[in-house]
Design a protein around this ligand. Sequence first.
Ligand code: PGA
Length: 251
Amino acid sequence: MRIPLIAGNWKMNKSIEDARSFMQAVSDRLPEPAQIETAIAAPAILLETMLEMNSANHLRIGAENCYYEDSGAFTGETSPLALSEMGIPYVIVGHSERRSYFNETDDIINRKVHAVYRNHMTPILCCDETMGRLEAGEKIHWVVSQVTGALKDISDDLARQLVIAYEPSWAIGSGKSASADQAEEGCYLIRQTIADIYGDDVANQMRVLYGGSVNPDNISEIMAKPNIDGVLAGGASLDAKTFLQLVNYQK
Ligand code: PGA
């Protein structure tokens, strides 16, 4: 049984005070992680405050990015070793904004996936798909190549724990979510790709999320799809009330 994962991605939003208010509003109102897992990936500078305020310990506090070396002369980067020491369970890797604004290639993303696992955390690997490629019929190649590129030399046992988010970039922050059928198609394709590399057993255990303009109105239809195990929500995760609505989606 794959436990649903309702995750937020705050991006570069919120002050420390905002993060504190959010935690005050949600931390005692979230389900047991064994039923529904909830997570917020936040900027590194907010993580300590959020961990301190996570009173019921039901929310997983994740990071949005890290570097692929544990330490060294890499000014301004975030150490995966230090994130792990803090008790961070998840790190988003390969978000389309990292790929497009910070030139992250499949090779860099693969190194980051290794670094996250090396430090005993779990990557939430984001795979993108652009409208241009969709229209050109290249979707399959694009998503598949990102999954295979990111997972080079990752063992079966590690792949089993992986979370992959299918995030078409035209749906991110646009208010235009993929339809539930499109989301299912992308997530199914990702699971098939994992099955081709690692076999059905790993593919059936691994969780696949959909991300891109998820909100309280469309989450139920998306979550009803068989290959979608959760969501990665940006805008809708910023407000405590809306985040709680996502978590309490109608089944
Ligand atoms: P959005 O962002 O929900 O605001 O579209 C999703 C994401 O970038 O992960």
